[in-house]
Design a binder for this molecule. Structure first.
Ligand code: HEC
Length: 126
């Protein structure tokens, strides 16, 4: 009796999943390519990009280490689109002679978009 129950359940499950598949096939086929990542919060995005990169080895939020703290940077530059551009370029190409004798290495693998998220986060850290 138990065996029969199990078989009955299995058959029902199989029948269901088969129906699901055939029913969805066309819908799945017509699904568009996944769109580019939509970022709703650029500052949070910048923070997590920085946490996932090597930045924190040289920069802290509110204490100078090898490089200036992010609060020092945001105190020096107004949070404007021009400065986001300018700092994003520096994050990618490197920087020297602004804060002291130690240069910042380039991050040439970083996309401009991601560097701008980072710059937005830095300039918003008051
Ligand atoms: C090896 C250490 C090091 C690493 C890693 C590093 N920085 Fe820097 N960073 C520096 C130093 C040193 C300076 C100061 C350079 C100067 O005086 O121009 C600096 C300067 C900066 C500035 C200010 C530039 C300016 O013109 O005032 C920003 C913004 C910045 N870094 C962001 C980042 C971000 C974002 C990352 C990670 C992607 C990063 N840094 C990784 C050492 C580092």
């Amino acid at each position: 009796m138990r065996k029969i129950m199990i078989i009955a359940v299995l058959t029902a499950t199989l029948a269901c999943s088969k129906n699901d598949n055939s029913g969805n096939k066309d819908v799945l086929k017509e699904e568009p390519e996944p769109a580019a990542k939509v970022v709703t919060d650029p500052i949070a995005e910048g923070k997590s990009l920085i946490e996932g990169s090597d930045c924190l080895g040289c920069h802290k939020l509110d204490e100078r280490m090898i490089g200036p703290s992010y609060k020092e940077v945001s105190a020096k530059y107004e949070n404007s689109p021009e400065n986001v551009e300018m700092l994003a370029d520096k994050i990618i190409k490197g920087s020297s002679g602004i804060w002291g004798d130690v240069p910042m290495p380039a991050h040439s693998g970083l996309s401009k978009d991601n560097a701008k998220f980072m710059a937005k986060y830095i300039l918003s850290s008051k």
